[in-house]
Design a protein around this ligand. Sequence first.
Ligand code: HDE
Length: 712
Amino acid sequence: MTKSDPGGSAREPENRDPKDKQLDGFRVDRNSGYLTTQQGVRVDHDDDSLTAGTRGPTLLEDFHAREKITHFDHERIPERVVHARGAGAYGFFEPYDDSLAQVTAARFLTTPGLRTPVFVRFSTVAGSRGSADTVRDVRGFATKFYTDQGNYDLVGNNFPVFFIQDGIKFPDFVHAVKPEPDNEIPQAQSAHDTFWDFVSLQPETLHTVMWLMSDRALPRSYRMMQGFGVHTFRFVDAHGIGTFVKFHWTPKLGTHSLVWDECQKIAGKDPDFNRRDLWDAIEAGQYPEWELGVQLVAESDEFAFDFDLLDATKIIPEEQVPVQPVGRMVLDRNPDNFFAETEQVAFHTANLVPGIDFTNDPLLQARNFSYLDTQLIRLGGPNFSQLPVNRPVTEVHTHQHDGYSQPTIQRGKASYHKNSLGSGCPALADEEVFTHYAKHVDGHVVRARSDSFTDHYSQPRLFWRSMSDVEAEHIVAAFGFELGKVTDVDIRERVVAQLDLVDHRLASRVAAQLGLDIPPESPVVDIAPPSPALSQLNTAMDSILSRRVAVLAADGVDVTGVERLVEALSERGAIVEVLAPKGGGVLTGGSGGEIAVDRAITTMASVLYDAVVVPCGPDSIATLRDDGYALHFLAEAYKHAKPIAAFGAGLDLLPAAGLHCPVAEGPDILAHAGVVTSTAAEASLSDEFFDVFADIMARHRAWERDVDAVVA
Ligand code: HDE
């Protein structure tokens, strides 16, 4: 066996960080050497077991076959009880400046130019390891910072709030959302009785349920979603002074979502949609980037809000406490081995470095117990922090020893503190140590929720009232879908009654979807101003980087037009693929030339692309208009409000697909409801056509389009 060069997508040697270099010590190249047993004995035959005669029984003494099968039998470890399905990547974090030095001693946040290696794992929550990516769910966004003061884990989600306030409810909540215990149905879905039963009886869930019913639960890409630490944490400065902090990750590409119909179809067409997207983007060098922001609240303002900072079902509206940008994170390297790295990575909310500490948030307090506990069973004992992906890049010296699969050989006799036989080592440090924040604690032992946690309706209302019309429509449709799957009518009614306490119009619209009576209007006590930061329509919409564009074509296509399109969109970072009735080979152009086919239309689907183009070419269009897959492709993209461009004879495919939208009647460009058309083709098509299309693509969807009657 030989050590390989740094992994598959390793960085250039000069850019390698300490974590990447550390992993070299563990990387082993599969593609070299001779086949051996685990004991290093060479093997010359791996196809047949050792038997008594060629047709006789297999012998127990076949240690090679037994070892091989035994290891195989033990390949699986328990999947995570939640967040079982995920995708991970390495990268780095760097602060913009030292502005946080006033509030935290954490060096990785305050040293400008200091690049801290990170490993990030994104995940869905409810589904098992083999479930589809594009389900309606919260997404995990867990970051391990390998800082020069030890590992810090920010184990967040893509929603800023959580379903419950106290960790003791977590097993109840998870049991309710997971498949029902009698028949283990449904997989990776909240649309079933037990989940909504729980929601209807536990109104603290409502705020996060609003997020779950919104487009936020359907991210287009892990690269296009926000991340949040959720809890209020505490920064601690060099003098031990605390400041409350909420963490926000904001994606450079903007926050974008799929639509629900699309999600359900992708779950069949490409269940790895989000995982593949992350992997492919990093392989292509289109490194995803997020900005880290913080909301800071002085300890003296702890009670300045009409909610409790310790309540994880609440946000601090950004309009009240602005998010201050402090640094950026870039993911630029895929792991070498999914199991070793993404599956074995172990996050823990209690992995802290000097300068960051907890608050009394009862959800956070429970998590501080749960994560270590869960790793013990999942990773088989107490030595999991020595797995390569989990090792800090700082030196580790403890008196902990032994345990299952202890990989290190600790030398010396003294495995206790204090000792004289080991020269008193390892020694206690007196600088750069973690010092727990000296918080004052005083109270009676009670099992009770604080009164300051009882308002469950104001913030779901704030969220609902901050939505644009189209986002609100999606929320109502999502409630209609989910509750429509609930078989117990009492549960449906109870949920609608709870929604009425949030907003009467919301409850009425949901009731109408379900054929239930409109509930009586509940008195609304507060009407807070909306928070524009909550609407995804206010996200960044200035880039088409890594958007996927399908070009529908057949023999006779306008090769010049397609080449110009590919060039214009690729320059802006989009990925353009030519799809034809048959995969492979080339298409011949109507006016000469040829162009390679990237995929067969039948192996793909419109839901796997962000935009569609129908180029000119009378013969190409004549073929496509008889191709039901091509017509469905186009109609479905239209239905999902995706940008569409057609030029020259390509315009004729729109009505053939049942789309009767306004189109250009001459070479002048017409852009209407996300459909860009011109009768010009080949070299006569103006460059502006591509610019207009790219601008529309940057907006992601044409929500103004009327799609109700479109069959797809
Ligand atoms: Fe987790 N959570 N959680 N959680 N969580 C786990 O830890 C738990 C909560 C989150 O990619 C488990 O290693 C409790 C909030 C992420 O490996 C487990 C409570 C937030 C991940 C666990 C919560 C999260 C987990 C399962 C309520 C957002 C995936 C496997 C007190 C801020 C990390 C594991 C990865 C994973 C327990 C609530 C995020 C069982 C008890 C709130 C991103 O320990």
